[in-house]
Design a protein around this ligand. Structure first.
Ligand code: AMP
Length: 126
């Protein structure tokens, strides 16, 4: 079910539970700002999620309220993870779903890193 990207933060969301260690994940990278792990339902040969450790519901929330250090730490980590996954040379796609029209399902901001094959159109034809 798509969620609003503007709701108050829900501590029971699945990524909050992953950050607390209550649900297992396949970690690919972690630092003081982010956790990156394999998507449980990959849409391409490589599909990794990068999430900030701070409590942000969506990109709208993160971009408005995160500190400059959090935003820089997050952005640099996304680039570092994509590079470590070997995706720079063939290329990759970043996706951040925000709110109902995007189909955002988990109300903790996350960036999808998707690659490993040609990815086709940026947005499917309706
Ligand atoms: P979004 O639609 O942008 O909110 O994407 C949420 C993503 O989280 C989907 O691609 C799911 O497959 C993924 N996901 C949901 N639960 C888990 C989990 N426990 N571990 C890893 N990925 C998950």
């Amino acid at each position: 079910m798509p969620v609003s990207g503007l709701s108050p933060y829900d501590d029971a969301n699945v990524f909050a539970r992953i950050l607390r260690g209550e649900i297992p994940n396949r970690t690919v990278y972690e630092d003081e700002w982010v956790l990156a792990f394999h998507d449980i339902s990959p849409q391409a040969p490589t599909h990794v999620l990068v999430i900030p450790k701070g409590k942000y519901v969506s990109f709208a929330d993160f971009s408005a309220k995160a500190s400059d250090a959090e935003i820089a730490g997050f952005t640099r980590a996304v680039g570092k993870v994509a590079q470590a996954l070997g995706l720079e040379e063939p290329g990759y796609r970043l996706i951040a779903n925000m709110g109902e029209h995007s189909g955002q399902e988990v109300p903790h901001f996350h960036m999808h890193i998707v690659g490993g094959r040609p990815l086709g159109r940026m947005v499917p034809l309706a």
